[in-house]
Write a protein that binds this ligand. Structure first.
Ligand code: ADP
Ligand code: NI
Length: 219
């Protein structure tokens, strides 16, 4: 099968799987990550666009938050699909490593990126957690989890391991900005990612200032 056909079928496949996802991890999140990955890739040299696109399109089809109790690992789900598409093993391995390295694992856990393609997809995924869309996604996810928007008594935790991050995320959505979202700008891996993150980060800080002023009845 040619690459265009594989990408087209992968889009259809992902769209089907994520069509009922909560608003922060639905098909449209994947769509934006795919578009942003291509945008970042334009600024990098020697990038395999097939690998980037497969990584972007498949990165959330078996996210740990929504598939906690399933027997098959995230990597196995993606591998099965790529085998079905007859994708060569080298590409499949690369895509699986991208998906494995994309996820944020805690404030004090270092990121590992296995390739330039992984850096691009990781930056694109994280950019979608920033800016106007980042704010919308965070409150969408908080609503889905029935969490309070903000609780001034809650302390911010900087997790040292993926296990503790998974086990004890913030109870309030505003705290998620501090345990994760506002840390992302400094962790971008590509030049274009850093540029885009800077303006999205500024917007989010402006948003939070206004939020706190309103919360305290000051504005
Ligand atoms: P990653 O893509 O690094 O695995 P996640 O899927 O955990 O990241 O998170 C993606 C987005 O989901 C976050 O950027 C945020 O918008 C939302 N989200 C995840 N966890 C929380 C939370 N505890 N509170 C609010 N939003 C969250
Ligand atoms: Ni994602």
């Amino acid at each position: 099968m040619d690459k265009e056909k594989i990408l087209k079928l992968t889009k259809i496949h992902t769209r089907k799987i994520l069509s009922n996802g909560e608003p922060g991890h639905d098909w449209w999140h994947t769509y934006r990550v795919w578009r942003t990955s291509l945008k970042i890739a334009k600024h990098e040299k020697g990038v395999d666009l097939f690998v980037v696109q497969l990584g972007a399109l498949l990165h959330d089809i078996a996210d740990w938050k929504f598939h906690k109790n399933e027997a098959k690992s995230e990597g196995a789900v993606i591998r099965d699909w790529l085998i079905k598409m007859d994708v060569e093993k080298g590409v499949t391995d690369k895509v699986c490593r991208i998906v494995e390295s994309v996820t944020f694992k805690g404030a004090e856990v270092k990121d590992k990126v296995s390739s330039k393609e992984a850096a691009i997809v990781q930056d694109a995924d994280r950019l979608d957690a920033l800016g106007a869309i980042g704010v919308a996604r965070a409150f969408g996810y908080g609503g889905y989890k029935n969490r309070p928007m903000y609780d001034s008594r809650e302390k911010i935790r900087y997790h040292k391991s993926f296990r503790s991050y998974k086990a004890a995320q913030s109870k309030s959505t505003v705290n998620h900005f501090y345990e994760k979202l506002l840390l992302l700008k400094a962790r971008m891996k590509t030049k274009e990612g850093r540029r885009l993150a800077a303006s999205r980060d500024t917007f989010m800080r402006l948003y939070l200032n206004q939020f706190f002023e309103e919360w305290r009845g000051k504005k």
